[in-house]
Design a protein around this ligand. Structure first.
Ligand code: ZN
Length: 160
């Protein structure tokens, strides 16, 4: 039968785990909670599920960032097509491109909202997002219908 872990059995386990996840050195955690250093070290390396949770969170943010990158890429294409279609006087294609661009923006807004709830990344203050938003809105200025549709989408994304 394996030895019991004094840290897992400790009534203050939650606070101990929190300190360890925050990155406190196991020696100082041991001192603070009156535990042996080796027990805290073993607990930290073998038993700390919160550490796994944190790793998972980081991974999810990375995936969301990747998705964001792809949507931005799509948005670039949609705006390029809009530009060309307008120059060619192809209004049907221009409208389709506007509709795509609008969908991309809604997706960006949703992604921004999701990321906003995470501790690691706050898109609403991310310089990249603010820059992207300015670029999109600026690029659509010659197209009043698209411009106002996009502004509406951005505002509703900000509310949500
Ligand atoms: Zn333990």
């Amino acid at each position: 039968m394996p030895r019991r872990c004094t840290v897992c059995d400790d009534p203050q386990r939650h606070s101990i785990d929190e300190a360890l996840v925050d990155g406190a050195p196991y020696r100082s955690v041991a001192k603070r909670f009156g535990l042996s250093e080796s027990a805290v070290y073993r607990h930290k390396t073998k038993h700390l599920p919160a550490q796994l949770l944190k790793a998972k969170e980081v991974e999810e943010v990375a995936q969301a960032d990747d998705l964001l990158e792809q949507v931005r890429d799509l948005q670039g294409h949609a705006l390029g097509i809009l530009e060309r279609a307008e120059k060619a006087g192809d209004l049907r294609t221009a409208l389709a491109a506007i509709s795509q661009a609008r969908g991309n923006l809604e997706l960006l807004g949703k992604l921004a909202g999701e990321l906003d709830e995470r501790p690691v990344v706050n898109l609403n203050v991310s310089p990249e997002w603010l820059e992207l938003r300015a670029v999109i809105v600026g690029a659509l200025e010659p197209h009043p219908a698209a411009h106002s549709a996009v502004l509406r989408a951005l505002e509703s994304a900000g509310d949500g």
